[in-house]
Design a protein around this ligand. Structure first.
Ligand code: SOE
Length: 385
């Protein structure tokens, strides 16, 4: 019998993210055995009774709910995990905070900046523990990039560039609305690639390189109308299918960011590169265990890009897994974040990114959309994490 404290989870949603998070709940204790909390899969909630029952059976949740309001009323739930579409994040989080539940919210925090501010107010008023699942920060190579930058090895930073390219929405036959495809419906998603993909790049960029001060953006909607699965009618598409922006960071460096779901051949190609005075770093999600590093202070005879396979025990998170040289995957990033969340319950420290940090990313996303709509530069008002 375990003498660990229970953390009773109430999960909202049964899609792709619900699976990644549940996998993290199931694995964290095995690989972070020192943690004094033990997650219990208490309940899963979705409006579709058949789906939620099947999900509970497959993944081992003890019970089901079909109304999130009933879930947050329950006294046997400690933490609410929001994996539903973006349009319900704010309402659920605000209500859950009022009930004193901890909240783990899938990214982006919300559809709009106004919603994000209300969510942060609710969290601050109730004082509940919170985190937002910007999982790519917990790729060991991405965390290592942060450590290298913070060590000062790069010197003054000049450039930060990031891309997030996909190709899954090119067909005009793809409908908007409904399971997974709510990402194409402006009402449910709030924005297109800006909130869904660039938000990851912005979160990591500001974590690595400090606040983005101002932005100038262009967006495009390539397919102007799609069948809506909710109404059954062909409706205008309101999301940005592609977005490119450039920016100034507060530290004086320049940034350039691009995202699209129309880059044929690119499935989830998230890349970033940082150029400093002394050294540069680059990374690609398609080869996520590697960090490339160029150091100008190397002997010129051997100077060149190093390809670091980030699997060594003294590199971030890797002592938890196998032996040096053996790689890990996408799902481990969620295990890491959840383990860090459990640790934060013990230490009392926040689990980054908190709602307040995710609010800074939301400020940049909103400025990007406003800039594209008004064809002008916009200040973001983002503050340091
Ligand atoms: C969209 O295709 C998506 O699944 C995003 O919603 C995730 O946040 C991203 O990590 C992968 O792509």
């Amino acid at each position: 019998m375990s003498n660990k404290k229970e953390l009773r989870i109430g999960l909202i949603g049964t899609g792709f993210m619900a699976r990644t998070h549940t996998n993290a709940y199931k694995r964290a204790g095995d690989f972070f055995p020192e943690l004094s909390y033990r997650p219990v899969l208490k309940a899963v909630c979705s409006r579709n009774p058949a789906k939620v029952k099947a999900f509970a059976e497959q993944w081992g949740y003890e019970s089901v709910e079909t109304d999130w309001k009933a879930l947050i009323e329950r006294n046997d739930i400690d933490a609410i995990d929001i994996c539903a579409s973006n349009d319900v994040h704010a309402e659920i989080a605000i209500a859950a905070a009022a009930k004193g539940k901890m909240i783990l919210c899938e990214k982006p925090l919300s559809r709009t900046l106004a919603e994000a501010k209300q969510m942060v107010d609710a969290i601050e008023e109730s004082g509940v523990k919170n985190t937002v699942w910007y999982n790519y920060r917990r790729v060991p190579a991405v965390t290592l990039a942060k450590q290298i930058i913070d060590s000062g090895k790069l010197g003054k930073i000049f450039h930060y560039r990031a891309n997030f390219l996909q190709d899954w929405t090119i067909s005009p036959e793809l409908p908007q609305g409904g399971d997974g495809l709510w990402r194409l419906d402006i009402e449910s998603a709030g924005s297109g690639v800006t909130g869904d993909l660039l938000a990851h790049c912005i979160d990591a960029a500001m974590w690595h390189n400090g606040p983005i001060k101002d932005v100038s953006a262009v967006t495009e909607t390539f397919i102007k109308e799609r069948m809506h699965q909710g109404t059954g009618k062909v409706q205008k598409v309101g999301i940005d299918d592609a977005c490119i922006f450039h920016c100034h960071f507060e530290n004086g460096s320049l940034g350039v960011f691009e995202s699209t779901r129309y880059a044929r051949g690119h499935k989830a190609e998230y890349t970033f590169e940082i150029n400093g005075e002394h050294a540069s770093i680059r990374w690609n999600l398609h080869d996520m265990n590697r960090l490339e590093y160029f150091d100008h202070s190397d002997d010129s005879l051997v100077r060149g890009w190093r390809s670091i396979l980030v699997t060594d025990g003294d590199q971030p998170y890797m002592k938890r897994w196998w032996v040096p040289g053996l790689i890990i995957g996408y799902e481990h990033t969620f295990v890491h974040q959840f383990a860090d969340f459990l640790e934060s319950l013990e230490t009392g420290k926040p689990c980054s990114p908190t709602f307040k940090e995710a609010l800074q990313t939301q400020k940049v996303c909103e400025a990007v959309i406003e800039s594209a709509n008004s064809k002008s530069w916009k200040n973001t008002g983002a503050e340091k994490f």
